[in-house]
Design a protein around this ligand. Structure first.
Ligand SMILES: CC(C)(COP(=O)(O)OP(=O)(O)OC[C@H]1O[C@@H](n2cnc3c(N)ncnc32)[C@H](O)[C@@H]1OP(=O)(O)O)[C@@H](O)C(=O)NCCC(=O)NCCS
Length: 377
């Protein structure tokens, strides 16, 4: 009988473990720095569109004008769902969890993609663009169909942000709404080896196809400790609003009851998440333009209480909740929107994984019983 492993496990939850090399993203959690392919996130959010950032993540450099035009045309040409996928979306229960519905929708897309199992880099790049174009269409369709409304066809051109807001409401968004939403997509596009990206890379490393990896990644993002947190943030803000108590009283009670305050803390950032700082500025000006500061003011008070009482700072989910609420988006679509941006990071990691693939297969330290026998003969 082999003896059990005596080696110590690494930190619980693989904390601090470096599992692979990447050129896509760098995070310094102590200093609150986030960099995509060498560019600071603040620079990208202020000066680049989501499409430029998608190109950057996939190719390691920003596109020139012609490349950006080509990508925009390809995204526009891919914003049509196969009819059978639309039929399936129509069959989904009205109260289906949108993340479960999106996970299913993406999985079904693979059945109608003749290139699904073509693992050439060119075909995988085309699938990354196709998924980036189609995930927003699925989310907007799910939202309209469950409300008993017909789907709105995408525009012939325009950005991902414009098209999504248009397909949701049937109206072209205003400039501030488009700009803010586009920046939200940039901020959520990539974040190193987070749980969903790791999930995607583990699946991809078996040489399974991109749709399988992205379906798995969506499953991981659905969890409340990952992408699901922005929904919980909004539920908390709504509960505070309804309770009539102040944000300070409400949050102090949560802490006294040893509950987690959603949108705070991060496995990597030990200071404020730089994306939260950018989002905070955006929600400030968006709230001013929309004439409603309710969610923003509430958020600022909670931030203050958490810093003073727990030394914990907001993560990206905290302020993204008030941005989307101010844009009039239903709370349960917040995580699907996260997926709509993160598809670029997930697919970039898959392309990187497949350039120099090796099966990802760690070991577990065995801590169970040894030397047992059944006693049977
Ligand atoms: C993100 C998160 C899972 C990181 O977890 P982690 O690195 O494993 O940190 P831990 O769960 O070990 O927490 C460390 C300590 O901080 C506390 N803590 C962490 N996040 C907290 C939160 N949001 N509210 C209250 N306390 C929190 C824990 O209770 C724990 O305290 P203890 O040592 O007294 O038990 C965690 O901060 C969390 O649950 N946040 C809320 C969910 C969220 O916003 N997720 C989105 C992430 S982008």
């Amino acid at each position: 009988m082999a003896s059990p492993d005596t080696e110590k496990t690494t930190g619980k939850g693989l904390a601090g473990v470096i599992a692979l090399d990447t050129e896509i993203c760098f995070i310094d959690g102590q200093k609150g720095i986030l960099i995509y392919s060498g560019y600071d996130i603040g620079d990208l959010a202020a000066h680049c569109s989501f499409e430029e950032v998608a190109f950057l993540l996939w190719n390691g450099r920003l596109p020139d004008d012609r490349e950006l035009r080509d990508l925009s045309l390809r995204l526009a040409s891919e914003r049509t769902l196969p009819p059978m996928v639309i039929d399936t979306l129509r069959l989904m229960p009205e109260d289906a969890d949108p993340m479960a519905a999106l996970r299913t929708g993406v999985s079904i897309l693979s059945l109608f993609d003749g290139e699904a199992d073509d693992m050439s880099p060119e075909a995988n790049m085309r699938k990354a663009i196709r998924l980036t174009a189609r995930i927003p269409v699925i989310i907007a369709a799910l939202d309209r169909l469950r409300k008993g409304e017909e789907m709105v066809d995408p525009l012939k051109d325009g950005s991902t942000a414009t098209n999504f807001l248009y397909m949701m409401s049937g109206q072209k968004p205003g400039e501030a709404a488009e700009r803010t939403f586009d920046a939200c997509l940039v901020l959520h596009a990539e974040h190193g080896l987070n749980a969903s990206t790791f999930t995607g890379r583990v699946i991809g490393a078996t040489l399974s196809d991109m749709y399988s990896a992205i379906t798995g990644a969506i499953g991981a993002l659905k969890g409340p400790l990952h992408g699901g947190a922005n929904i919980r943030v909004m539920e908390m803000l709504t509960a505070i609003d309804r309770s009539g108590s102040s944000p300070t009283t409400f949050v102090k009670k949560l802490l006294a009851d040893k509950e987690r305050v959603m949108g705070f803390g991060h496995r990597v950032y030990k200071t404020i998440d730089p994306r939260a700082t950018i989002l905070r500025e955006m929600v400030d000006s968006l709230s001013a333009e929309q004439g409603t500061r309710k969610w923003y003011d509430m958020s600022l008070e909670i931030m203050d209480v958490m810093a003073k009482n727990k030394n914990l700072y907001p993560n990206v989910d905290f302020f993204s909740a008030s941005v989307y609420a101010t844009l009039g988006i239903s709370t349960d679509l917040f995580t699907p929107i996260f997926a709509m941006a993160r598809i670029t990071g997930w697919s970039a990691h898959l392309l990187e994984q497949w350039k120099d693939n090796r099966l990802i297969r760690p070991r577990a330290a065995y801590t169970g019983p040894v030397g047992r026998t059944t006693g049977r003969s």
